[in-house]
Design a protein around this ligand. Structure first.
Ligand SMILES: [Zn+2]
Length: 237
């Protein structure tokens, strides 16, 4: 006689990028194992792969998770964490001002259900760089390169930014950038003025993200502190 199958509960949430409702199940021992193994190492790539894989495993709604923007994956993973492990996380904070003589570490609790996706009203994925040319950008996927992207290496920045352009609208003509080589895309991008490049960078800086403002009072000196938590690494360490 086979062993019984265990009924797994299902939950729903809406996808931040499209507001489409999706169904998911909590993560199970097998996914817990993937996460534990990834967290044991220092390899950011492995952690990112683990998160992507777990989100993919747990979706009941058919969904191509490999193409979702970072903030969708982060949001989904947060919902999975809430329904799989629990919504309360113990956090430890120290004053961020290095000149503050108080080095006390205060423990505080964070309820993951209070975390929201924050949208910036100035955010726009269509960047009109001249009267005639508009760049249509795509959201970056959750990728380790985002964490390690060195802002000191101009070549890497240009690589990253030029690969984020999905379409270039030129008057009535629409160029799909995947029809062009990496070199052609780079060459196009290098013609941008500093101001136009700022507009592209602004797209990334204002993209939706999971965020929470947490207030706590230092147990030692009594001063009130506000911490802004952003992105999965701030919530789950
Ligand atoms: Zn203090």
């Amino acid at each position: 006689m086979p062993l019984p199958k265990i009924d797994i509960p299902a939950y729903t949430t809406s996808l931040p990028s499209t507001k489409k409702e999706v169904r998911f199940r909590p993560f199970l021992v097998k996914e817990e194992k993937i996460l534990l193994m990834a967290n044991q190492g220092d390899d950011e790539n492995e952690k990112v792969n683990a998160i992507n894989q777990i989100v993919n495993n747990c979706m009941i709604t058919e969904l191509d998770t490999s193409n979702l923007p970072t903030f969708d994956i982060e949001w989904l993973f947060l919902q999975l964490r809430i329904h799989s492990v629990g919504d309360i996380i113990d956090m430890r904070f120290q004053h961020t001002d290095p000149d503050n003589p108080c080095k006390h570490i205060t423990e505080s609790k964070l309820n993951l259900k209070d975390v929201v996706v924050k949208y910036d009203p100035t955010h726009n994925k269509n960047i009109k760089i001249t009267d005639d040319i508009t760049l249509i950008l795509k959201y970056p996927k959750l990728d380790a390169s985002l964490f390690t992207l060195s802002m000191d290496d101009p070549d890497k920045i240009i690589d990253f930014l030029s690969s984020g352009i999905e379409f270039i609208k030129e008057g009535e003509k629409l160029h799909e950038t995947k029809d062009y080589t990496k070199e052609e895309r780079k060459e196009f991008f290098e013609q941008l003025t500093n101001q136009q490049m700022q507009m592209v960078q602004n797209f990334y800086e204002t993209q939706p993200r999971i965020e929470h403002e947490l207030k706590y009072k230092c147990e030692a000196c009594g001063s009130q502190e506000t911490v802004i938590l952003r992105g999965l690494q701030d919530f789950l360490g």
